[in-house]
Design a protein around this ligand. Structure first.
Ligand SMILES: Nc1ncnc2c1ncn2[C@@H]1O[C@H](COP(=O)(O)OP(=O)(O)OP(=O)(O)O)[C@@H](O)[C@H]1O
Ligand code: SF4
Ligand SMILES: [Mg+2]
Length: 337
C-alpha cells in the first residue's frame, strides 16, 4: 500500500481575538496524515485539537479567528489559499468531518433520508432513485439495520449511537479520501463508544479512507490508531507510533495522560488526573508551556521554551529538555519546529 502523505499541515498558526489582542490557539503545528492510516490527536480540553482540524477543513470562523501562518497540502496540492467556492467542492467530498454531538450537525426538521440524500447529491449527479439506493447502501455500511425505515425517521427518533452512525454515513457519502472525526464518541456511553470505534476501524479497512481521530482519551487512541500526536497548549509535545508511545512515553504530559487511562492502570480506585488545567492561549510568556504542571520541571524549563526534538526512534518526536539531557544536545539538527 502507498503510505505517502494524503494531508500535510505545515507550521500552522491560528489565533483568536480575546480582548483587543489575538492569542495563539494553535502555534506552529506540523504533521502529516499518511494514506490509509488512522492518526490520533490527543490532549486535554483547550489544547487546540479542534482548531487544528477546523483549519485543515478551511473552517476557522473569522472573526474571531485568523490563520497567521501555515500550509495545507492535500493529495499533493497546496490548498492553503483556495477560495471558499473551491473549499466547498473539497469539503464533504474529498475531506469530510464528523463532530462530537451529532444533534448539532443533523437538522431536526428533516428526515434522515432527506439529509443523506442532500449530502450525496450535493457532490454527485445521481438521480433521486440512485441516491436512495446509495443511502441504503451507506446505512448498511455503518451497520444500521432496516435502513428503509430509518430513512423516514427524524434525528430525535434515533438513539445517540444511531445518530452518530448516520453522521458517519453522511461523512462517508462521497467516499472521502480523509475523514476527520472530532471526539466522535465522547457523548456516547462506553458500549456504544466501542461499537463506533470498531465501525471506524472497519470503514478504514474497507474503504481505505484515512482518518484523523481527535480525542482527549489515550485509551481511545490505543484502540484503533497507528500513530498519535499529543497536543498541549496549541503545540505538539510528542508524536510517534502508538505502540511505542503507550509502552515508553517520553513527555511528562503524555505520561500523565497515560496514567489516567483506567485499563492501563489496572486499578479501580479514583482515576488519576494531571493537577491543574491547560493554560489559556498566550498566557505562558516564558519557558515550557507545561512547566507549571510538570513533575520533572527544572530551572531551564522556567526560562526557555523546548523545541520538538526528533529522537532516535522511527518518526518519534518530543518537546522536552529531558531529551537533550539523555541524548546530549548534539542532535539539534533534528529539531522540527
Ligand atoms: N471560536 C473561538 N473563539 C475564541 N477562541 C477560541 C474559539 N475556538 C477556540 N478558541 C481558543 O482556542 C483554544 C483551543 O480550542 P480547541 O477548541 O481547539 O480545543 P480542543 O483541544 O478541541 O478542546 P476540547 O477537548 O474541549 O474540544 C481554546 O482554549 C480557546 O481559547
Ligand atoms: S521541558 Fe521541563 S517543564 Fe517542560 S515537559 Fe520537559 S521537564 Fe517538564
Ligand atoms: Mg475540541
Amino acid at each position: 500500500m502507498d503510505r505517502g502523505p494524503i494531508l500535510r499541515i505545515n507550521d500552522l498558526k491560528v489565533s483568536f481575538q480575546s480582548g483587543g489582542n489575538y492569542a495563539p490557539a494553535v502555534d506552529g503545528v506540523s504533521f502529516e496524515l499518511r494514506e490509509g492510516e488512522i492518526l490520533g490527536i490527543v490532549g486535554e480540553s483547550g489544547s487546540g485539537k479542534s482548531v487544528t482540524s477546523l483549519a485543515s477543513m478551511g473552517l476557522i470562523p473569522s472573526p474571531p479567528g485568523k490563520i497567521d501562518n501555515g500550509k495545507i497540502i492535500f493529495a499533493g496540492k497546496d490548498i492553503t489559499d483556495i477560495s471558499e467556492r473551491e473549499w466547498r467542492k473539497i469539503r464533504g467530498n474529498q475531506l469530510s468531518m464528523i463532530f462530537q454531538e451529532p444533534m448539532t450537525s443533523l437538522n431536526p426538521l428533516f428526515t434522515i433520508g432527506n439529509q443523506l440524500d442532500e449530502a450525496i447529491r450535493l457532490h454527485t449527479n445521481l438521480t433521486k432513485k440512485e441516491s436512495k439506493s446509495r443511502c441504503i447502501e451507506l446505512l448498511g455500511l455503518v451497520g444500521i439495520p432496516r435502513a428503509e425505515g430509518i430513512l423516514k425517521e427524524y434525528p430525535h427518533q434515533l438513539s445517540g449511537g444511531m445518530r452518530q452512525r448516520v453522521m458517519i454515513a453522511m461523512a462517508m457519502a462521497c467516499q472521502p479520501k480523509v475523514l476527520i472525526a472530532d471526539e466522535p464518541t465522547t457523548a456516547l456511553d462506553v458500549t456504544i463508544q466501542a461499537q463506533i470505534l470498531t465501525l471506524m476501524k472497519e470503514l478504514n479497512n474497507k474503504t481505505k479512507t484515512s482518518i484523523i481521530l481527535i480525542t482527549h482519551d489515550l485509551g481511545v487512541v490505543a484502540e484503533i490508531c497507528e500513530r498519535v500526536i499529543v497536543m498541549y497548549a496549541g503545540q505538539i509535545v510528542e508524536q510517534g507510533e502508538v505502540r511505542k508511545i503507550l509502552k515508553d512515553p517520553e513527555h511528562p504530559y503524555t505520561k500523565g495522560l497515560l496514567k489516567s487511562i483506567p485499563e492501563i492502570r489496572g486499578k479501580k480506585d479514583r482515576l488519576y488526573s494531571i493537577p491543574g488545567t491547560v493554560p489559556e492561549p498566550g498566557t505562558v510568556k516564558k519557558g515550557c508551556r507545561f512547566a507549571a504542571r510538570c513533575p520533572d520541571a527544572f530551572a531551564r524549563c522556567q526560562m526557555e521554551e523546548p523545541e520538538l526534538y526528533k529522537t532516535q526512534k522511527d518518526g518519534h518526536e518530543v518537546r522536552c529538555f529531558q531529551h537533550t539531557l539523555k541524548e546530549g544536545s548534539g542532535d539539534h539538527a533534528g529539531v522540527t519546529s
